[in-house]
Design a protein around this ligand. Structure first.
Ligand code: ATP
Length: 233
């Protein structure tokens, strides 16, 4: 690589480190979706992958995209990765590369590190390395889809073992009655937090909200309770 190009590349990465930007290391299916979503929501992203074809494919879509081996301390330093506040290690199958990269980021003192784990053991080691946010995309998505397959839910998100939210059609017993008068929270342990009329957008639900056929609601509560609620017709 000509020196001149290397300097330009490094300077762009350095400028990005100064901004409120994120470095995403590993641009496979997970890293790429995450990086593109960040860019589309207004965050500047430095994407790094050792695969040249991936880098070329994404170079117009991310703020800056560079081919580098993230297990090389020199390569990361040259890209000013040590100056970023937020980094994502989106390497899964190559566990060794994931761990070495995470360890370098920790040594650099990057304050906020997210890393993808593909197994419990992988996640445990990332946590032992001091990675603050370990995510399990395949595992979490599998659990979420299981709830969708099992019930009549349109969507399901579990935040903690004892708290979840579900998007569903409200049962007939809720039609035409202000929510405060339905006894839903007392009787079913569920709170309606959002309502969408056909063709409209979601708005916050209040005690005065009256549901009609065709509405969609977001309900919160214990996972079992919201699941049972979605089964009511
Ligand atoms: P996916 O997100 O597609 O499910 P995966 O979990 O199978 O990916 P890997 O294939 O191990 O994870 O890695 C994801 C990306 O990270 C790949 O595009 C790969 O080229 C890249 N990658 C792997 N090792 C390194 C490395 N040492 N340096 C830079 N990039 C790497």
């Amino acid at each position: 690589m000509p020196d001149l190009f290397r300097r330009d590349k490094d300077q762009t990465a350095r400028r990005l480190a100064d901004l409120d930007s994120v470095v995403v290391i590993g641009l496979g299916r997970f890293g790429r979706s995450l990086a593109i979503e960040l860019v589309e929501s207004g965050t500047e992203v430095l994407g790094i992958d050792c695969d040249e074809s991936l880098v070329q494919e994404l170079s117009g879509k991310l703020t800056h995209c560079v081919r580098a081996d993230s297990t090389s301390e020199d390569a990361l330093r040259q890209l000013a990765v040590q100056e970023f506040d937020r980094a994502v290690v989106a390497i899964g199958t190559h566990i060794e590369a994931s761990l070495l990269t995470a360890s370098l980021l920790r040594n650099f003192g990057v304050p906020n590190i997210w890393a993808k784990a593909i197994s419990e053991a992988h996640g445990r080691i990332l946590e032992q390395l001091g990675v603050g946010h370990v995510v399990y995309p395949e595992h979490d998505m599998g659990r979420r889809v299981a709830h969708l397959v099992k019930g009549r839910m349109l969507d399901f998100i579990q935040f903690e073992p004892d708290f979840a939210m579900v998007k569903t059609d409200p049962p007939v017993m809720l039609h035409g009655v202000p929510l405060a008068e339905t006894g839903l929270r007392r009787g079913h342990g569920v709170t309606i937090v959002g309502v969408k009329k056909p063709g409209g957008s979601f708005t916050h639900a209040t005690g005065e909200t009256v549901l009609s056929p065709g509405d969609t609601v977001i309900a919160s509560g214990q996972p079992g309770a919201v699941e049972r609620f979605s089964e009511l017709r």
